[in-house]
Design a protein around this ligand. Sequence first.
Ligand SMILES: [Mn+2]
Length: 424
Amino acid sequence: MILDRSSLDAFNERHVAEHRKRYEFTRSLLPGAEAVVEKLMAFNVAIPSWALGTGGTRFGRFSGAGEPGTLEQKLDDVGLLHAINASSGAVSLHIPWDIPKDYAAIRRQAADLGIGFDAVNSNTFQDQTGQALSYKFGSLQNVNRAIRKQAIDHNIEVIRHGVELGSKSLTVWLSDGSCFPGQLNFRKAFGNTLEGLHEIYAALPDDWKVFVEYKAFEPNFYSMTVGDWGQSLLYANKLGSKAYTLVDLGHHLPNANIEQIVALLLMEGKLGGFHFNDSKYGDDDLTAGSMRPYQLFLIFNELVEGMDARGMNHATDLGWMIDASHNVKDPLEDLLQSVEALMLAYAQALCVDRSALEAAQANNDTVAAQELLQDVFRTDLRPLLAEARLRAGAALHPVKYYRDADIRGGLIRERGSNTVATGL
Ligand SMILES: [Mn+2]
C-alpha cells in the first residue's frame, strides 16, 4: 500500500495554521530552533521488521488484522511510516524471519520507498524447523563444538544476506547463559563465545561493524554469557575496531543508570548503537518514552554531549534502532509513537545549554544543573518536530493522520483480517 499524497497534503492544510502559531511561539523561546529543525530532518530511526506485526507476551499472541505476511509487505509498512513521519528511513531485518528471495527486487523496493537497511540480526535463541542441532543449552557458549560451529555459520550467513542488501552491520544477541548454579563454567562459556565471535568477526567486510548486545537476564535466570555492558565491552575490545557494544534499554537490571553507561561507552569509542524501547519491570518491550521519558531525555543528553566531544555525526555514526513488541496496540501506531518520543528526546538534548551546564558542574551547583535540564525537558518542543516533518513533506501529526486516513483499514482491505507476521 502506497500512501495517498493528496490525503496527506489535505490533512496538513487543515492543521498548518494552528501549527504555525505554535512553531512561531516555540521559536521565539529558542534562538537555536532553526538548527534543531535541520538536525531533526537528518535524523532517522530504524524500524525492526519484527515489530510490524502484533508481538505478544511470553504467554500468547493476539494477532491484529492487515499485518504484513511477507518481507515485501514489511518494507511497505516501513515505507508508510517513513512517508508519514520522514524519520523512519531504515529497516532492521532478522534472519531467518526475513530471508529475501530476490535481493535485487528487495533493494529496488526499498530504494523506491526511500529506506535503507540498518543492522541485520541473527537468531540463535530459537531452534528453527529442520535445524540439525539444538540451542537448548546455548549457541556460541555451547560445550559441544558442532553446535558452536552451527551458530557461527548462521551468523556468517546473516552477514552474506546483509551484504546483498547493502546493510553495514550485524547485531549479535545471544540468549546464552545458565539457569542454575553449577550448570556452566563461566570462564569456558566466555572463552567459547569469544572464539565464536572471532570467527564471525573475521567474516565481516572491511566497512562493517558487529554489535554485541547484552542482556541482564531472560531467558536464562542465573547467568547470561553477555550479561551487561562490561562483558559486552570485554568482547568488543578483544575482537577489534569493528566490534562495538549495543545498548538495548530493556536489557538492564532495575534502576541501572543507562545514561552513565552510554557516556562511558562513547568515551571509549565503543558504543555502536541502540535498541530503543521502554519498560517498567524488565525487558517489557514497551513504546519508547511511554514509561520514563525523562530517562530517555537524559540518555540523549549524554549521547549529544558525548558524540559532540568526539566530533561524531549524530545521524550516521551510531545505529539507531527500535526493538519493541506490542500486544495491545496497532504496531504501526506504536512505532509512530516510539519514533516521535525518540525525536523529542533528541530535540530536547540538542536544546540543553551546554556551556551553562558545564559552568554549573564546575561550580558544584547541583540546583542550577537540575534547573537547566528540567527547563528543557518541560519545554514543549513538539512544534519543532512537526516543522521538520512539514518541511520533509510528511504529516504534521503522525498518529492523527494515520487514523484520519484509515491506514489500517486500507491494509486490512488489501491483506485481509487473518494475517500473521513472522517474528516474535
Ligand atoms: Mn534488542
